[in-house]
Design a protein around this ligand. Structure first.
Ligand code: ACO
Length: 429
């Protein structure tokens, strides 16, 4: 029997249907609330608001569970690659070999940017924020229509759009780095797989190809895979809101890059490294930093610790901690900032302030450490997050576009401004 909840207001009661997800999550369907009672709901930050149903990613923050299309993140991290996970997220199941080969071939074919993009890059100052460049360039891809055949099916068109986005976001990221460094752009190499090709475009010197070590390729593959989706977060909700007006997928993903940029979202990984630098350069001991973080009047927080959803551990952080230890050992990296990070982590995990508040290292703590160790500059960290999140944005855009019940996003508000008053001519004010 369908479950309902009863809401009583002004002596009138209405039944609200209860919706149950496949993992037993319950939600109150309030879509008829306003028409039947005149009430709306008020939920700043949407902490209690489900804006959609989705079959893509499941998170249980209390238990530290994260699954893409039902598959635990730990299994995917161990067995899969970023490119296979991208296909899984977008199409809802693991690909057959022929499907994966076809997808890889599309990524190779779509890696290069139209030559006109050079002029777009030249229009930016060399120190322009890479996230600003990325957002502008992702939007710009839509201005260069593909030469598809006239009888191209909608499925084929979508697959090509998805491949362009996933492939070109990496080329754009590398070009923005090369421009900032005053280096010539490096064209993609069709022989290289996804991550190795990105590292080639980032780091190859003129006439000397950069060959990334397998350890570095694996570490970056893992970072991208672990960032590939995280259900209805700020940037993903942005994709859905922009896409709900039937804006194209490029415009929707460009908007998501802007949402990801902020320090409360994707920008947090940069904040971790900036904090470590501040502690190191300021000669602050790890013990003093922990003391400051515990003092709410200091205005200092341990960046990379705590999470709104994960309260026991962040499963992505657990995987990345092991990867950080491995890759740092393999590369023989000696870096004073990494020592600071290790000391902070060790002390915080034993400190009752952090233990009592269930504050554990989150994904940003370790991803920043790994990216630094493999030579990615701090101001590119959030760009790497965007490359990783692109398949999730695409999957969520598509799920909504295919939903016959989807409507344009149009929240309501409770107005708190002045009530009606008269216009006063300027000489009488
Ligand atoms: N350092 C010190 N104290 C902290 C920290 C921290 N990193 N995080 C939370 N606390 C304390 C708060 O001061 C508060 O203490 P109180 O109860 O004595 O007042 C308590 O823990 C609860 O904190 P809230 O801010 O209410 O927790 P919330 O769930 O709102 O915030 C957040 C989560 C934003 C992630 C927070 O823990 C934080 O600011 N962390 C540092 C920034 C960070 O790493 N962000 C990345 C998140 S992961 C991601 O975006 C991929």
């Amino acid at each position: 029997m369908a479950r309902t909840a009863t809401l009583t207001f002004n002596d009138r009661s209405i039944q609200l249907p209860v919706v149950e997800g496949s993992e037993g999550e319950l939600g109150l369907d309030i879509s008829k609330l306003r028409s039947e009672t005149g009430l709306i709901t008020l939920d700043p930050g949407y902490g209690n608001t489900g804006a959609c149903t989705s079959a893509i990613t499941f998170i249980d923050g209390e238990k530290g569970v994260l699954r893409y299309r039902g598959i635990p993140i730990e299994e995917l991290a161990r067995e899969s690659t970023f490119v296979e996970v991208a296909w899984l997220l977008i199409f809802g199941r693991l690909p057959q070999q022929a499907e994966l080969d076809d997808f890889r071939e599309r990524l190779v074919r779509n890696a290069a940017l139209h030559e006109a993009f050079r002029h777009h890059f030249e229009g930016f100052l060399v120190d322009a924020p890479p996230m600003a460049i990325l957002s502008a360039m992702v939007n710009t891809i839509a201005c260069f229509p593909r030469r598809g055949t006239e009888d191209e099916s909608p499925e084929e068109r979508f697959l090509e759009d998805a491949s362009q986005l996933i492939s070109k976001v990496r080329t754009i990221a590398a070009c923005s780095y090369r421009r900032a460094m005053g280096l010539p752009f490096v064209y993609p190499d069709s022989k290289l797989p996804y991550v190795a090709n990105f590292l080639h475009m980032m780091f190859s010197a003129p006439y000397a190809e950069h060959v990334a070590s397998p350890e570095v390729v694996d570490a970056l593959n893992l970072i991208l895979l672990l960032h590939a989706d995280h259900e209805q977060n700020c940037s993903t909700s942005t994709v859905r809101i922009v896409g709900s007006s039937q804006a194209n997928i490029y415009a929707s993903c460009a908007a998501a890059v802007g949402a990801l940029w902020g320090p409360l979202h994707g920008g947090a990984n940069m904040a971790v490294l900036e904090m470590l630098e501040k502690i190191h350069k300021g000669g602050i001991s790890a013990a003093d930093a922990i003391k400051m973080a515990k003092d709410s009047s200091s205005g200092f927080r341990l960046m990379g610790f705590g999470h709104r959803v994960y309260k026991n551990f962040d499963p992505r952080a657990k995987i990345l901690k092991q990867a950080a230890d491995k890759v740092l050992g393999q590369l023989g990296v000696k870096d004073p900032l990494l020592d600071v990070a290790r000391q902070l982590e060790e002390m915080a995990l034993k400190d009752s302030y952090f233990v009592d508040r269930r504050l554990y290292p989150n994904v940003d703590f370790y991803s920043g450490i790994i990216m630094r160790a493999i030579g990615i500059p701090t101001n590119m960290f959030t760009v790497i997050f965007a490359i990783g999140r692109m398949p999730g944005w695409i999957a969520q855009w598509k799920e909504q576009a295919d939903d016959p019940k989807a409507r344009i996003a149009r929240p309501r508000q409770i107005y708190t401004g002045p009530t009606e008053k008269r216009y006063v001519p300027i000489d009488q004010r």
